[in-house]
Design a protein around this ligand. Structure first.
Ligand code: SF4
Ligand code: SF4
Length: 319
């Protein structure tokens, strides 16, 4: 596969465009860095289709998808933002949920485009929790039968580069997570980086290895048993419903835009937006405390850490 130029086809299903807004706020690297070749060896990335920020519209825009379906844009990375609805349910009600133009005289749903383009793509990236696992549209009672790409294409699905669906969840996904993952895949396609290691939910480990709790600047107060009892206090937010110990996310440490923001860092709680069950229990009701077992596990880790610290101090130090 020639990887001189790499096209990105960014489709949008049942979403709020929040992940697109998030990507446009990324700074290290930024969307402009990616598209202007600022990063050595990750140049020649072309955003061929993105219905929110592309210049062409109408037939000219849909022509890009038609070209991709004919193999004229190879190699390309297929990105999905938003969940995939069950169009059979919509048909029963005489309509559709997500229509994206026409092809060969046929109305094309988002499902049709995914099924048409996915066999041709170098990699598939599900951006945001909706695209990854269903997210908000998939929440109970899920009236549209929404699901994420991991379910829609299947865990065993593989791209032309033999990659499974890669999930960058978050509601929205943090902008640099998206930019870094796309950059990583371009470098993988060019043989510069190995395939990114993924966790059991297909998230890149280099981003999602640690929990929000492990990355939280308030974790020291948790260890000291100091808890905020109302919003505005500077201690651990566990009593106010924070789900940081069961949510994999580096936003409390990295921030959301230019290092600023970050849920518990700035006085909000973590609602677990990167997890497959979000927005259903155990993450909702959002302001209900996480199950006691979660905090018992974290408290046990803290006690273990303190015992290790004492034992290490007893060990003679060799200089
Ligand atoms: S429970 Fe939440 S606020 Fe408390 S330390 Fe963990 S992530 Fe931070
Ligand atoms: S800290 Fe929690 S709510 Fe905030 S972005 Fe991370 S997982 Fe989502």
């Amino acid at each position: 596969m020639s990887v001189d130029k790499i096209n990105v086809i960014w489709l949008q299903g049942q979403g709020c465009t929040g992940c697109t807004v998030s990507l446009t706020g990324a700074t290290h690297p930024s969307l402009a860095d990616l598209l202007t070749g600022y990063i050595p060896q990750a140049e020649n990335i072309i955003l061929a289709f993105h219905q929110t920020i592309m210049l062409p519209h109408g037939e000219k825009a849909i022509d890009v998808l038609r070209s991709a379906a004919k193999g004229e844009l190879d190699p390309f990375v297929l990105v999905l933002e938003g969940a995939v609805p069950n169009e059979e349910l919509a048909k029963e009600r005489g309509g559709f949920w997500c229509l994206v133009g026409e092809d060969e005289g046929k109305d094309m749903t988002i499902n049709d485009w995914i099924l048409k383009l996915s066999p041709l793509t170098a990699a598939v990236v599900a951006v945001g929790t909706c695209a990854s696992y269903g997210g908000i549209p998939h929440g109970v009672p899920n009236p549209t039968g929404a699901k994420g790409l991991l379910d829609f294409l299947g865990r065993d699905w593989r791209s032309k580069l033999n990659l499974p669906v890669i999930c960058v969840p978050g509601c929205p996904a943090q902008g640099e997570w998206i930019a870094e993952t796309l950059t990583h895949l371009v470098l993988t396609a060019r043989g510069i980086l190995p395939v990114p290691e993924l966790d059991e939910h297909h998230r890149p480990v280099f981003i999602f290895k640690k929990t929000a709790h492990e990355n939280c600047p308030r974790a020291g107060t948790f260890a000291q048993g100091e808890f905020s009892e109302k919003f505005g206090e500077s201690y651990c937010m566990g009593l106010l419903g924070c789900k940081g110990p069961i949510s994999h996310c580096d936003v409390p440490m990295r921030g959301f835009v230019e290092g600023l923001g970050g849920c518990p860092t700035i006085g909000s709680i973590c609602i677990g937006c990167t997890e497959p069950e979000f927005p259903d229990p155990p993450f909702s009701p959002f302001f209900r405390k996480a199950p006691p077992g979660v905090f018992a596990v974290e408290a046990f880790k803290d006690i273990k850490g303190k015992i290790y610290a004492i034992l290490h101090r007893l060990k003679p130090r060799v200089i």
